[in-house]
Design a protein around this ligand. Structure first.
Ligand SMILES: C[S@@+](CC[C@H](N)C(=O)[O-])C[C@H]1O[C@@H](n2cnc3c(N)ncnc32)[C@H](O)[C@@H]1O
Length: 277
C-alpha cells in the first residue's frame, strides 16, 4: 500500500469519527480540496499522521475546532462579485418589494460580508423595516466574527469599489466607522440580521424564505450532498422566490432544476416556479 492510500484511509476513519463524536459530516465533501486542507492542517498540528492526531481530535473540542477552521474556506468580501449584486437589484428587488415583509437566508455566510451587503442594498432600495436576514454557517467562530461586523480597514478601498460597481446609490463610508486598523460597520445594519450556526450537511430547513443565497459553498461538496442541500433550499423557498448560487455553481443537471427558471445567464439567479405553471 502506498503512503497516499494510507493517508486516504486515515482521513476516512477520522471523518467517520468526527461525524460520530461531533455531528459534523465532512464525508460528502469533495475529496481533493478536503484532502489538501487536511494535510495543510496536519503540518501545523504537531502530529506526524492523522492516526496520531485522531485520539486528541476526538477528545478535545478546542483542538477539533482548529481542524474545523482548517477545513472550511471562509474567504468572503463585501459586495463580492459586484455584477451579481447589481443583478439582484435589477431582477430580485422588484419581486421583494411586492411583499410587506420578506425573509432572506444566506447559507454559508462566513464572516458576514454577504449578509451586510444585502442589508445595505435593501435599505437603499427602500425596504427598511421590511426584511429579516438569516445568516448561517457551520463554523461558529466565523459566526462570532460576523456578529461583530468588524473588518480590516485596509479592505475598505476594495469593498468601496465593489459597492460602487454593484450599483450602490450612496457613499460606502457612511456604513462604517474607522477605528485604528479596523472598520466597524454601523450597528443599525445588524438590526435586521440573525446570525446562527447551521450545518447544511445535517441540519433541517428554514421555512418560507423569499430569497436564498448560497454562494461559493457547494463547490466543496460531492454530488449527493449538493442534492441534499438543494432539496433543503427547495423546501425552504416560497413559490416565486429566488435562489442564488456562486458564479462557478449552477442548477445544471440537478434534481430540482425542472422547477426553476434561470433569470440571468451568468449570475446563477434562479426563480422557483409556481406549482400551477
Ligand atoms: C468561501 S465561504 C463563502 C462565503 C460567502 N457565501 C461568499 O460567497 O462570500 C464558504 C462558507 O461555507 C461554510 N460551510 C462549509 N460547509 C458548510 C456546511 N456544511 N454548512 C454550512 N456552512 C458551511 C464555510 O464555513 C464558509 O464560511
Amino acid at each position: 500500500m502506498t503512503t497516499d492510500e494510507l493517508v486516504d484511509i486515515e482521513i476516512k476513519l477520522l471523518m467517520d469519527g468526527v461525524y460520530q463524536v461531533y455531528g459534523y459530516d465532512f464525508r460528502e465533501y469533495a475529496e481533493a480540496s478536503l484532502r489538501r486542507r487536511l494535510i495543510q492542517w496536519l503540518s501545523g498540528s504537531g502530529f506526524a499522521t492523522f492516526s496520531l492526531a485522531q485520539s486528541q481530535l476526538l477528545r478535545d473540542r478546542v483542538f477539533f475546532d482548529s481542524l474545523l477552521r482548517g477545513i472550511t474556506v471562509n474567504v468572503s468580501e463585501i459586495f463580492r462579485d459586484p455584477a451579481f449584486f447589481k443583478a439582484v437589484r435589477e431582477h430580485v428587488v422588484p419581486y421583494l418589494k411586492t411583499y410587506p415583509f420578506v425573509k432572506i437566508w444566506h447559507a454559508g455566510c462566513s464572516t458576514g460580508e454577504e449578509a451586510y451587503s444585502m442589508a445595505i442594498l435593501l435599505l437603499e432600495e427602500g425596504l427598511k423595516g421590511r426584511f429579516r436576514i438569516y445568516a448561517t454557517d457551520i463554523n461558529e467562530e466565523v459566526i462570532r466574527k460576523a456578529q461583530d461586523g468588524i473588518y480590516p480597514l485596509k479592505e475598505m478601498q476594495r469593498f468601496t469599489k465593489n459597492y460602487q460597481q454593484s450599483g450602490g446609490t450612496g457613499s460606502f463610508s457612511d456604513y462604517y466607522t474607522a477605528r485604528y486598523e479596523h472598520a466597524i460597520l454601523s450597528p443599525s445594519l445588524r438590526e435586521n440580521i440573525v446570525f446562527a450556526a447551521h450545518n447544511l450537511a445535517v441540519d433541517g430547513d428554514f421555512g418560507e424564505m423569499n430569497l436564498i443565497l448560497c454562494r461559493n459553498v457547494m463547490i466543496y461538496f460531492k454530488q449527493p450532498l449538493k442534492e441534499r442541500v438543494l432539496g433543503l433550499f427547495d423546501s425552504s423557498l416560497l413559490q416565486g422566490g429566488y435562489l442564488c448560487l456562486g458564479t462557478k455553481e449552477s442548477l445544471y443537471q440537478r434534481q430540482i432544476a425542472a422547477h426553476y427558471e434561470a433569470i440571468t445567464a451568468r449570475m446563477q439567479i434562479y426563480r422557483k416556479q409556481y406549482a400551477n405553471k
